[in-house]
Design a protein around this ligand. Structure first.
Ligand SMILES: C[S@@+](CC[C@H](N)C(=O)[O-])C[C@H]1O[C@@H](n2cnc3c(N)ncnc32)[C@H](O)[C@@H]1O
Length: 158
């Protein structure tokens, strides 16, 4: 099999797998590790087509790929492109350790589950977003990928 055919088949498989997960399994949080540069038939295009309440996070450890990914995909709060090394799953494990000593337990939840807390309320702009992106004002941006893996939102009772 030629390399062009292999790439095409790989892409087609990715599309079918994401469509299956979104349409038939109810999956709403997608993590694409070693994502590479965005191209055609990206995970978020398929996931959001099947389920508009999906969240997609792309991760790549190549700084250039991550920068291009952010530039190409930014604008949709449901899509993130982070620079990270999949061999070093980072911040959430440490957060769990910190909260392990607290009197309130830490529970990581996907964005779609957090969004359900706001059912029946009107989220004010910019909605449910990483904490650093909620009306940042003069708040200093976070280091590295410019992303805080915690979502926050403010809502009004209608
Ligand atoms: C072949 S490319 C992307 C393929 C894409 N997932 C696809 O199926 O079309 C592989 C990507 O993995 C990234 N990568 C390699 N090692 C990685 C690691 N340890 N953590 C995160 N990304 C990594 C590379 O930078 C590269 O962009």
């Amino acid at each position: 099999m030629g390399s062009a055919t292999m790439i095409t088949k790989n892409r087609a498989f990715l599309g079918r797998a994401v469509r299956y997960l979104a349409a038939e399994c109810g999956i709403r949080g997608f993590l694409d590790l070693g994502a590479g540069l965005p191209t055609q038939g990206n995970v978020h295009e398929i996931a959001l087509e099947e389920a508009p309440d999906s969240f997609v996070t792309y991760v790549d450890d190549d700084a250039v790929v991550a920068a291009h990914g952010r530039a190409l995909l930014e604008g949709d709060p449901r899509v993130r492109f982070l620079r990270g090394d999949l061999r070093r799953p980072e911040e959430m494990a440490r957060a769990g350790d910190v909260y392990g000593n607290a009197n309130a337990p830490f529970e990581a939840r996907p964005g779609a589950r957090i969004a359900r807390f706001f059912d029946g309320f009107d989220l004010v702009e910019p909605g449910l977003v990483p904490l650093n992106e909620w009306r940042p004002g003069d708040d200093a941006p976070p280091p590295r990928g410019g992303f805080v893996p915690v979502l926050g939102g403010v809502a009004r009772r209608p």
